[in-house]
Write a protein that binds this ligand. Structure first.
Ligand code: ZN
Ligand code: ZN
Ligand code: ZN
Length: 271
């Protein structure tokens, strides 16, 4: 009797254990794109989606929206998938740009000068253009557009590239410096004499007193060697220093940049 009872208990317990343990391939609950799915089993993986069977039916969900650990169990490589998606997207754009004349892109750009997608298309067009002249023209517009729309390293690259591809367009972006009148230097008071011109040690006498004895009290000023003049400016009172408002008398002008950009885009539309 005791053995029988024990047997029942064992069977009952096993039953409980089996009932309590969920089936291995069923996931109790997952939230995908804000929707909670319960009792999930995965069906076929067909990138970019996977079929899921759940408590209330069947759904196709993007693999990219699954939690990383589930993506892993399904053998989905997020980085690879993203790279493939981007490559496909890029191939589409390349094909589109290839069949579009550059004047069409420039016309669209003229209507929307800061559109970075159009600029990217223009760059693609330039890269696939055979004629060196047209290529340089399109690249010039592209770099001018980049200077208008980007900052930091991107703008720096455009700045450097424009100098190489079109030096005269680059030179157009500058005004004569108003501070130095284009000289690149400005006159300031000499720091050696604070703009007085005389030797500051001997006050312009050329001699200094060095003792209180009755004779031999003076000797030649060592600072100006007796010339009486400030040795820094040689009596000129001022000195030339680099103008801080410009580079070699030329000052970058945002207005000129925008003008040049607009002008070249318009010219390219009408070719
Ligand atoms: Zn200046
Ligand atoms: Zn002196
Ligand atoms: Zn001086």
């Amino acid at each position: 009797m005791k053995v029988l009872l024990l047997g029942f208990i064992v069977i009952a317990l096993t039953g409980v254990i089996i009932a309590a343990e969920p089936r291995k391939d069923v996931i109790p609950s997952v939230t995908i794109e804000g929707v909670v799915y319960e009792d999930i089993r995965f069906g076929r993986v067909m990138p970019p989606t996977v079929t899921i069977y759940h408590k209330r039916g069947v759904a196709n969900v993007p693999l990219a929206s699954l939690p990383p650990e589930l993506q892993k169990t399904l053998g989905y490589d997020k980085i690879k998938a993203e790279a493939e998606r981007a490559a496909a997207e890029q191939a589409k754009i390349v094909a589109e740009v290839h069949s579009t004349p550059s004047t069409t892109i420039c016309t669209a750009l003229a209507a929307d000068l800061t559109n970075t997608n159009l600029l990217a298309k223009l760059k693609l067009k330039a890269d696939t253009t055979q004629s060196p002249t047209t290529r340089a023209q399109l690249l010039t517009i592209y770099y001018l557009g980049k200077l208008c729309t980007s900052a930091g390293a991107e703008a720096q690259t455009a700045w450097n590239s424009l100098q190489v591809i079109n030096p005269s367009a680059f030179a157009n972006l500058f005004d004569t410096c108003a501070t130095c009148g284009g000289k690149g230097t400005v006159e300031t008071d000499c720091p050696g004499c604070r703009g007085i011109g005389n030797c500051p040690i001997c006050d312009g006498y050329g001699w200094v007193q060095f003792s209180w004895s009755l004779w031999d009290r003076y000797r030649i000023c060592q600072h100006c060697k007796g010339t009486k003049l400030c040795p820094v400016c040689k009596g000129q009172k001022t000195q030339s220093v680099h103008c801080r408002q410009c580079t070699n008398g030329r000052q970058f002008s945002r207005q000129k940049l925008q003008q040049t950009y607009w002008q070249l885009v318009t010219e390219a539309c009408n070719q």
